[in-house]
Design a protein around this ligand. Structure first.
Ligand code: PLP
Length: 458
């Protein structure tokens, strides 16, 4: 790449990307016409595109860049590990970084969640959790107890099993799904009937779960999988008390509770994990990824409780847990995670998130009050979502669905990236964001909404 004559031009890169790089979730309607913003450099909460334009990274990469971009310390520790030991087969060896990180994670997780199975990302962490459920119940001689209860709007990933338990967009795709899952209806308090209290909504959601277990038969249900907050579904925060009550129901029916903390883990809500510190539950399994390395390198983990491991190991027979990846416990990724955690501890990033959350959430709520085109704003910690007013749909359905994209476009012009999802836009900036930067971000969002209000004639 030192030879300038051989350096590809901007046009070539754009063409090559269109012609050869199939991005995630590519629409098949003319996918070769899609053009993605090419980002070349990044620092702190900002990214720069190939034209040198600077943006606040509202989505924080993909809900993952906790410590911000451009950390030399990350580069140095990653480089040292590459030179010392870039790869070791997890079937034959262990490495210092893998052992140290497993111990570190075990210390951070709630209760007796002490066994870490490293994966390549979030989907493979979820896949591992679901395979553990199958393995356990087959080993215990109850092969029917393997149905997974999941939720509408939940997102759990893109492998066969993880996508099968994903309750989002799945009916619109042409993929086949594993027949292992039953979906509970929407838990979004925003969609509760007019006049219904949050308590009554919670009761109804708990009822949904109890009825489904009764319907399927507790002896057939192996697990319940739930994100503490349904992030990709539009930052849906279930009603107060929901987590604890669902956990208790699962315990009483010997149904494993899988808490998918791929987004909420590693500081997003001001704690290492949200399950216990925010919602007061100790799950049987936690899955995590993303913020574990702040996105600097790929890594995920499926963390299993001691009680579960004892049952898995204690049953009759010498079965092998045939699950694992070439890159399980990749030493370079583990070093990235350890350095990321060290930075988060040294800079008290969890404390920082807790300190700036009130400003972030109050600026978000103000948007809900100020703009008539906004139907709902919601979030917790440094997670936020703006959803457009439902009756905009009556103006034109298309305009309703385009709201997220339109808001993103308006903000992008002013130097802020958001993540559009149909009639919503979501954001989860790097956790190091300062109060001044939070204000800058919300000022741009307000300017974007003012522009959109004119377009929607609201
Ligand atoms: N689980 C949750 C809650 C997620 O949000 C995601 C990705 O956004 C995944 C799992 C899948 O993670 P990955 O894309 O790293 O495979």
């Amino acid at each position: 790449m030192n030879d300038l004559a051989n350096t590809p031009s901007d046009e070539e890169l754009t063409d090559w990307d269109r012609e050869h790089n199939l991005h995630p979730w590519a629409g098949m309607d003319g996918w070769r016409n899609d053009e993605y913003m090419r980002v070349n450099t990044a620092s702190g909460i900002y990214v720069w595109d190939d034209q040198g334009k600077k943006y606040i990274d509202g989505p924080g990469g993909m809900w993952c860049v906790q410590i911000g971009y451009g950390r030399e310390e990350m580069a140095e520790s990653i480089a040292r590990q590459v030179v010392a030991m870039p790869y070791a087969s997890p079937w034959s060896f262990t490495t210092g970084p893998a052992a140290e990180l497993a111990k570190k994670i075990a210390d951070m997780t709630p209760g007796d969640l002490n066994t870490v199975h490293f994966t390549t990302g979030g989907s493979t962490a979820v896949d591992t959790a679901l395979r553990a459920v199958q393995f356990l119940n087959n080993r215990l001689g109850r092969p029917d107890k393997k149905i997974v209860i999941a939720r509408e709007k939940g997102y759990h990933g893109s492998t066969y099993l993880a996508s099968s338990v994903t309750g989002k967009e799945r009916f619109k795709t042409k993929f086949d799904n594993a027949d292992i899952v039953r979906f509970l209806p929407d838990v979004n308090p925003y969609h509760r009937p007019k006049g219904m209290s949050l308590e009554a909504w919670c009761d109804e959601k708990i009822d949904d779960l109890e009825k489904m277990i009764a319907d399927v038969g507790a002896d057939q249900v192996g697990a319940f999988i739930a994100e503490p907050i349904l992030c990709s579904g539009g930052v849906i925060v279930p009603p107060p008390g929901y987590h604890k009550r669902t956990r208790d129901i699962c315990t009483s029916h010997d149904i494993l509770y899988i808490s998918d903390e791929v987004v909420t883990g590693f500081g997003r809500l001001g704690h290492w994990f949200a399950s216990e510190d925010v919602y007061g539950i100790v799950p049987d399994i936690i899955t995590c990824a993303k913020g574990l390395t702040s996105g600097y390198l790929p890594l995920g983990a499926c963390i299993l409780s001691d009680a579960l491991m004892e049952r898995m190991a204690g049953a009759e027979g010498d079965d092998v847990f045939y699950n694992g990846y070439t890159y399980s416990g990749h030493p370079v990724s583990c070093v990235a995670a350890l350095t990321n955690i060290e930075i988060m501890e040294r800079e008290d990033i969890l404390g920082h998130v807790r300190r700036v959350t009130p400003l972030f959430q109050s600026r978000l709520r103000e948007i809900g009050e100020k703009f008539d085109i906004v139907g709902d704003v919601r979030g917790e910690g440094l997670l936020g979502c703006i959803e457009c007013r439902p009756d905009l749909e009556r103006q034109t359905y298309d305009a309703h669905l385009q709201f997220g994209q339109k808001l993103d476009d308006a903000c992008e012009e002013m130097g802020l990236l958001l993540r559009p999802f149909g009639n919503m836009a979501v954001f989860s900036p790097p956790l190091i964001i300062t109060e001044a930067e939070i204000n800058e971000m919300f000022d741009i969002m307000e300017a974007g909404l003012t522009k959109l209000s004119a377009q929607y004639n609201a």
